[in-house]
Design a protein around this ligand. Structure first.
Ligand code: PGA
Ligand code: ZN
Length: 401
């Protein structure tokens, strides 16, 4: 089997203008590349994106130590390769070479291996996950707040969950919700201030007013024949302090937050709620899942940070019924797949996700299809979000599953 002919690492920028890395691998059959995304509301337990010296320090370690090691590798040994990345780093949280670097090495290696095996990336990933291929539902970010917007609501993401029969139908449904929101705002004599990091509208509406607009817009698009429902990512660790959740309209404790979520889900027909509690509060997550988990998808993002260890704790307590999957939270494809497999084994839904700082790398569309994910969460507007949606449509329309 062929191996890496050449490998180059570049210091480039993401959709927010933050430094990141791109890895290019040359094989005898062509060049592949991967770009690391970056978060703004990162979980405390995520691996470190870069060593202390930042991107340039990551790059100088690569050029002085890692590059020549890479040239020894043949393709198709994903698990061994990812284990080797951990050995090269030597720390628990990948802080020596940085999780951004291991992410792009791991994903470019997967892309190159898929080419060598003459299969699409989603099929290469399916072989690693051992699941059935499927086209995920599409979770689109239509209004932004929290860390992704200035002047918006405290709730970070107002989402639309499109449950179409095809990727195209889901993607179109979310575009419609995004457009209808603008119309509704005009009707109400309000203005969008602009767009946030993930392409959703930013308004000066309060948390509940924004939810009303989302819910009305989803209702309207459903009347046009599309299955689409409101969803929220609260990223609640960002407005949690000392046992209290501080919204601009009110302050509630953990129990109050459980009741609040139950009421909102009921009143606004919310189908999915991500990170409604602080990232270490496994118990209140479990209370909410116990109460409404039979009809609402309860997702852990900052709660799990794609870590199998943290997911084991969540499973033990019944904290959620779904997980968010972000490769760069844990640093390699193999660790991500281990996490997905554990979630699947316990009938938790997998939702493969972008980050708020993104590029046109479309690998997560393949990951979502190749692990049989319930949904892909990758925004609605902006070239870096659309790149994944278009890839998903193409996979759907070309595949023979
Ligand atoms: P991020 O957040 O800014 O860390 O990418 C996205 C999310 O909370 O889902
Ligand atoms: Zn989140």
């Amino acid at each position: 089997m062929n191996g890496i002919k050449n490998i180059t690492m570049y210091h480039i920028y993401d959709s927010r203008g933050s430094s990141t890395v791109e890895c290019q691998i040359t094989t005898s059959n062509g060049i592949v590349s991967s770009i690391a995304p970056g978060g703004a509301s990162t979980g405390k337990k995520e691996v470190a994106s870069f060593p202390n010296g930042g991107v340039d320090s990551s790059l100088s370690i690569f050029n002085s130590k890692i590059k020549k090691e890479m040239l020894q590798w043949e393709f198709g040994k994903q698990k061994e390769f990812d284990k080797f990345l951990h050995e090269l780093d030597g720390t628990e949280n990948l802080s020596n070479i940085g999780g951004a670097m291991t992410t792009v090495l791991s994903l470019s290696y997967a892309k190159a291996s898929a080419i060598e095996e003459s299969v699409p990336l989603y099929e290469y990933i399916r072989r690693l996950t051992g699941t059935k291929l499927s086209i995920p539902y599409v979770l689109g970010n239509v209004m932004n707040g929290g860390r992704h917007a200035v002047g918006g609501p405290d709730i970070q993401e107002y989402l639309s969950l499109a449950m179409g029969k095809s990727a195209r139908e889901s993607v179109e449904a979310n575009y419609m919700v995004h457009k209808v929101i603008m119309e509704k705002l005009k009707e109400k004599g309000m203005k969008a201030i602009g767009k946030g990091d993930e392409g959703g509208w930013v308004t000066s509406l309060g948390n509940i007013q924004a939810l009303e607009v989302l819910s009305e817009s989803c209702n309207y698009v459903r009347e046009q024949g599309f299955e689409v429902y409101p969803a929220l990512d609260l990223a609640a660790s960002q407005f949690y302090n000392n046992g209290l959740y501080r919204y601009r309209e009110q302050t509630v404790d953990g129990d109050g937050q459980v009741s609040y979520m139950v009421d909102l889900a009921d009143k606004y027909n919310i189908k999915l709620i991500e990170d409604p509690f602080d990232e270490d509060d496994f118990d209140h997550f479990a209370q909410l899942t116990e109460k409404i988990g039979n009809k609402t998808v309860i997702v852990g993002d900052d709660l799990y940070t794609t870590s199998t260890e943290r997911l084991k704790k969540g499973i033990g307590k019944g904290s959620t019924n779904a997980v968010l999957v972000k490769v760069n939270q844990i640093g390699t494809l193999s660790d991500t797949i281990e996490f997905i497999k554990l979630a699947t084994m316990h009938k938790y839904k997998n939702i493969v996700s972008h980050r708020s700082g993104e590029s046109c790398d479309n690998a997560i569309a393949h990951l979502a299809v190749g692990c049989g994910a319930y949904a892909i969460k990758t925004g609605v507007m902006g070239g870096e979000r659309v790149a994944k949606l278009n890839e998903l449509i193409k996979i759907d329309e070309n595949r023979s599953m």
